[in-house]
Write a protein that binds this ligand. Structure first.
Ligand SMILES: [Zn+2]
Length: 516
């Protein structure tokens, strides 16, 4: 009798354990099934990259993205708001059209930089002049009057438009080494050329503008076929345009050899005064511990040389898709799940720093934040960011993630706290557990990061899906965890460079009045 009871009791216990395990696995299984069987990633990417387009802070497209996110969340039954945290110089990119008009006619590949002043409607047609090689700044001052009425070329002419891996594949070692050596010398002497003017590459454009140049022409090659970095102009009246490596090289050779090339530039852009800037915040309220939070984090803004597909369109749609799936299969989370789509990360983590400053109660209650911001690849690295016990809870949560995903992830515990790079750093600096879901590069640094080629075609949806599943499961497990996560900081190692003990990064205030 006694033993029978024991058996029955233990059977009951066993079955209730199975029941529990079954229940939690069920949600994980449902997350995986929803992500694979009903993926919304392709349509989200289309709407964000193709329809909304680039998302430079202070532009109408950025605001359109904020509004699109809210409408999308509402469709899924998730509350979302645009939270204003500052203002920015309002600017809108229009068309750029650049033609060679003499000694022959052809359309050139290039565009105005962000915040570039526009031209008149008919455009500007003028000859080119190359920044001269002078010995002293006084000689440069004497030369300056030559820029009047001309486009000034301020970049070095690259010796090759082939990326190094292409040389590696086809060149003999001798010629590859020779090219690299010559290029090094050229880079060095171009730096010297700029230094001898008495200005830096940052300050010289304004000097040329004040001396009467009609525009600045540059080419900021990104070390791959057909790819340039597109950052911002720093002039007040004249356009700054970036040309493709070869169009720039051709104009340079023509100018050097006395062919007196003329180009016509039409650059339309609009100044829109001072405009408000936002974070879009979506919330799935917690049931049991509403004042503890999981944050799914990705910056929403981009540079505007292309459509910001991998920086950070993919991080953005990863978090949206994870939130959509969670809302569907785990609608009543234990803790509150927030999605933070930060503004103006590109100018210094401004949106997330503002959020940390404005919401100390959320930072205080943060269970974990997961940020993704380095391209379309599958997540391969996860660091504990210096939190001593990150191994315990992240390790526990990862156990529920399918091996097909975790097999690729290298963990590093306790790791060291990230001081910048992306928005997790804003939370880490405040001592709150935030982590970077760091992905495989897929040639991110040369081909898509801040370039003219960061477009929809570079997205590898299988891995974005992989990352959405990972994020959703981590968020679910972090929400359900019986314990609040520890914030104990590890003792940081010595800085190899200075020999001194590294210190935890300090919180920094955002720029709330950008570009004004
Ligand atoms: Zn980014």
């Amino acid at each position: 009798m006694k033993s029978t009871l024991k058996i029955i009791l233990s059977l009951l216990l066993l079955s209730s354990n199975i029941g529990l395990a079954q229940k939690s696995d069920d949600i994980v299984n449902q997350i995986v099934a929803e992500a694979n069987g009903n993926s919304q990633l392709e349509i989200l990417a289309h709407e964000l990259m193709d329809i909304v387009g680039p998302r430079l802070v202070g532009t109408p497209q950025m605001k359109a993205a904020n509004d699109w996110a809210i409408a999308t969340y509402r469709k899924w039954g998730i509350e979302a708001i645009n939270e204003e945290w500052g203002t920015w110089r309002g600017w809108e990119r229009g068309i750029t059209h650049i033609d060679l008009v003499s000694p022959r006619v052809t359309t050139l590949q290039g565009m105005q930089l962000a915040w570039s002043p526009g031209t008149k409607k008919k455009g500007v047609t003028a000859e080119m002049i190359i920044l001269p090689l002078v010995q002293y700044s006084i000689a440069f001052k004497n030369w300056l009057s030559n820029v009047k009425g001309k486009f000034v070329m301020v970049s070095m002419k690259q010796p090759t438009g082939r990326p190094d891996n292409n040389w590696e594949e086809f060149a003999t070692e001798d010629s590859f080494e020779k090219m690299k050596k010559e290029r090094e010398e050229q880079i060095h002497s171009w730096r010297q050329r700029i230094r001898n003017t008495g200005y830096s590459s940052r300050t010289i454009n304004k000097v040329l503008e004040n001396a009467g140049a009609v525009g600045i022409v540059q080419s900021r090659w990104s070390n791959g076929f057909g790819v340039n970095k597109i950052f911002s102009a720093n002039t007040d009246k004249i356009p700054v345009i970036d040309l493709s490596l070869e169009d720039y090289g051709m104009l340079y050779r023509m100018t050097e050899n006395g062919a007196q090339p003329k180009i016509k530039v039409i650059a339309e852009s609009k100044e829109l005064g001072v405009v408000p800037t936002f974070n879009t915040i979506a919330t799935i309220p917690g049931n049991e511990l509403p004042n503890e939070y999981i944050i799914l984090s990705a910056h929403f803004d981009s540079w505007d040389g292309a459509t910001g597909a991998t920086d950070n369109g993919t991080g953005t749609i990863t978090m949206m898709e994870a939130a959509r799936i969670l809302k569907k299969v785990y609608p009543n989370p234990k803790r509150t799940i927030i999605v933070g789509h930060w503004g103006s990360e590109e100018q210094g983590l401004n949106g997330s720093r503002a959020f940390v400053e404005d919401h100390p109660e959320i930072v205080e209650g943060l269970q974990a934040a997961f940020n993704q911001d380095n391209g379309t690849g599958r997540v391969v690295n996860l660091s504990g960011q210096g939190f001593l016990h990150a191994y315990d809870y992240l390790g526990r949560w990862l156990e529920s993630v399918p091996e097909s995903i975790t097999d690729h992830i290298k963990t590093n515990f306790p790791g060291t706290p990230g001081g910048g790079g992306s928005d997790y750093a804003s939370f880490v600096a405040a001592g709150a557990p935030a982590f970077s879901l760091s992905s495989l590069s897929w040639s991110y640094w040369n081909y898509t990061w801040h370039t003219n080629l960061d477009t929809y075609d570079k997205i590898v949806f299988d891995y974005v899906r992989n990352n959405a599943i990972l994020t959703a499961i981590l968020a679910y497990k972090a929400s359900e965890d019986p314990e609040k996560t520890s914030r104990v900081k590890s003792v940081l190692p010595l800085d190899k460079r200075t020999g001194e003990q590294r210190t935890w990064p300090n919180p920094r205030s955002p720029n709330r009045k950008g570009g004004q």
